[in-house]
Every structure is written in C-alpha cells, then in structure tokens.
Design a protein. Structure first.
Length: 107
C-alpha cells in the first residue's frame, strides 16, 4: 500500500504542477487577451473618431449646399417675378398651357 500511496502522492503533485502551470498559462492567455481587447478597442475608437469627423464634415457641406439651394430658389423666384411683371400675358399663357399638360398627365 505504501507504493500505491506514493504513486497517488506523485499523481497529486503532478496535477498540482499542471494546475499551477495552467494558472501561469491562463495568466499569459489572459494578458494576451487583454492586450488584444485593448488593441481592438483602440482601433474601434479611432474608427468612430474618423466616422464622426466625416459626418461633421458632411453635415457642414450639406449646410452650405442647403444655403446655396435656398439662394438659388430666391434667384429663380426673383427671375420669375420679373418675367411676369414684364410679360403678364405670356406668363398667363405659359401657366395655362402647363396646367393643361399636367392635368392630361395626371388623368
């Protein structure tokens, strides 16, 4: 029985060595995983920053384009108003013809 106890003792010691070695590996894997997570988080943060910057740029460009469109609308309205004042009968004829064509398309 003494030999069996010695074998069991060494088996437990081997298991203890493996567990402590496993903890070392687990610690290494944990550190490696933490480093990988940090790299991924940093990359994601940088990507979000780039996207936010692009969105800000696009929004400001759209704001400028919106202002340009409003100015173009104002210029067109002024131009149409001047044309109607200068040639009221022609403007009336154009409006009647456009209304007739639109009514035929809608039906």
């Amino acid at each position: 029985m003494a030999a069996t106890t010695g074998t069991q003792g060494s088996a437990w010691q081997d298991t203890g060595t493996t567990v402590s070695g496993g903890n070392g590996r687990a610690s290494t894997v944990s550190e490696s995983a933490a480093a990988t997570v940090d790299k991924i988080a940093t990359g994601a943060h940088q990507a979000v920053d780039r996207i936010a910057s692009a969105a800000t740029s696009a929004a400001s460009q759209l704001g400028v384009k919106g202002d340009e469109m409003l100015e173009a609308k104002e210029r067109m309205m002024d131009s149409v108003s001047e044309y109607v004042r200068a040639k009221p009968l022609a403007a009336l004829g154009i409006a009647l013809a456009a209304g007739f064509v639109i009514s035929r398309i809608i039906r």
